[in-house]
Design a protein around this ligand. Structure first.
Ligand SMILES: Nc1ncnc2c1ncn2[C@@H]1O[C@H](COP(=O)(O)OP(=O)(O)O)[C@@H](O)[C@H]1O
Ligand SMILES: [Mg+2]
Length: 245
């Protein structure tokens, strides 16, 4: 079982979209996949139209509910939903001893999946540190903007710290260029900067800007089922192929 965190402290970089569609593409290839919505904004949960009536990630972290009772299956994916209650929970653990270990301890008992994806909030908060501590690999969706580079070096610094203090086995699986627009000169320049200055792997597959990707959540679907022949669906299937290599 591989556990992978989708992290970028900037909002709107494609974390949730990549969790849904890379996860979905892997499930379509026969892999058993769990998606954990670890963001109090619960975008992943809402993107599948899930209403977490039985409870959410908060009850799972508190040990009040078993994973099985909280899961919803969509498109062959098991989904552990989130809700705004996670924000209150985060505040309540800020001064607790062992606060970095909550997700790790709970995931220890989880078995039977090929891949577990943790969709993180857009911050380097205690929730994100929990995710970095609980997973063995990191995927970084990145927009090809100048300011993304500044955020990226800050993020790689945090990852290095967590690696030294909490989780030695942590590694960056790769950077995924999201919302890629090849007509923009800036896109190529930023890509070149990354390849020159960052030693982490950048996936060859880029996720092109695609309106079907943005539309899919309003139909409670991934782009793979909403628009199977769109560029977005193709790119995520290709990413899954490269990811499995
Ligand atoms: N390749 C893409 N083309 C067009 N829109 C996209 C693409 N990837 C993501 N989006 C849209 O951009 C917004 C932010 O993406 P999201 O995955 O929610 O980012 P994050 O989880 O990092 O905050 C969403 O509305 C999403 O539908
Ligand atoms: Mg998100």
């Amino acid at each position: 079982m591989k556990t992978i965190a989708l992290i970028n402290q900037k909002g709107g970089t494609g974390k949730t979209t990549t969790a849904i569609n890379l996860g979905g593409a892997l499930a379509a290839k026969g892999k058993k996949v769990l998606l954990i919505d670890f963001d109090p904004q619960a975008n992943l949960t809402y993107s599948f139209g899930i209403k977490p009536e039985k409870g959410s990630i908060t009850e799972f972290l508190q040990g009040k509910q078993a994973l099985q009772t909280l899961l919803t299956n969509k498109e062959g994916l098991d989904i552990l939903p989130s809700s705004p209650a996670l924000a209150d929970f985060e505040v309540s653990i800020v001064n607790k001893i062992g606060r970095e270990n909550l997700l790790k301890d709970r995931l220890n008992g989880v078995k039977g999946y090929d891949y577990v994806f943790v969709d993180c909030p857009p911050s380097l908060s205690i929730l994100t540190v929990n995710a970095l501590n609980a997973t063995s690999e990191i995927l970084i969706p990145l927009q090809m903007e100048i300011l993304s580079l500044q955020g990226l070096s800050q993020l790689l610094g945090t990852i290095q710290e967590v690696k030294q203090v909490l989780n030695k086995k942590l590694k960056v699986r790769g950077i995924v260029a999201s919302m890629y627009d090849s007509r923009r000169k800036l896109t190529k320049e930023v890509m070149e900067e990354i390849e020159k200055n960052i030693k982490e792997k950048v996936f060859k597959t880029v996720i092109r800007e695609c309106v079907k990707i943005a539309e899919a959540p309003s139909f409670a679907k991934s782009v793979l089922t909403y628009a199977p022949s769109s560029n977005g669906a193709r790119d995520y299937m290709d990413l899954a192929k490269e990811f499995l290599k």
